[in-house]
Structure formats: structure tokens, C-alpha cells
Design a protein around this ligand. Structure first.
Ligand SMILES: [Zn+2]
Length: 57
């Protein structure tokens, strides 16, 4: 299976993105320069949701 090893900008760990995934495509096409792993993107999403609800109060 083809994959890239990409450095996560958030936790500074390398993670693998496999061919066929969205990140793989973005990395290959150099559409984005910053990438984060699944764990961090999940955390970031959860924080964004939390902040959103905090904002509503
Ligand atoms: Zn990470």
C-alpha cells in the first residue's frame, strides 16, 4: 500500500496517510502545507465545537 509519512503540525509526530484518503490527495497536490493527524484533527474539531457552544451562552 502506498502512503506518505507526514509530520503533524500539532503534536509533531509523523503519521501515515494512505493512498485514496483526502490528506494523501492534498499532500500530493500540495494544496495545503499544514497537516495534522487523526487524533489532533479530532481534538481540534472537538475544541471548535466546545468553543462554539461557549460562544452561544
Ligand atoms: Zn497530531
Amino acid at each position: 500500500m502506498i502512503y506518505y509519512e507526514i509530520l503533524c503540525y500539532s503534536c509533531k509526530k509523523t503519521f501515515k496517510v494512505y493512498e485514496g484518503s483526502l490528506l494523501y490527495k492534498q499532500f500530493k497536490e500540495r494544496k495545503s502545507r499544514i497537516f495534522c493527524c487523526d487524533d489532533c484533527s479530532h481534538k481540534i474539531r472537538m475544541d471548535a465545537i466546545k468553543n462554539f457552544f461557549r460562544y452561544l451562552k
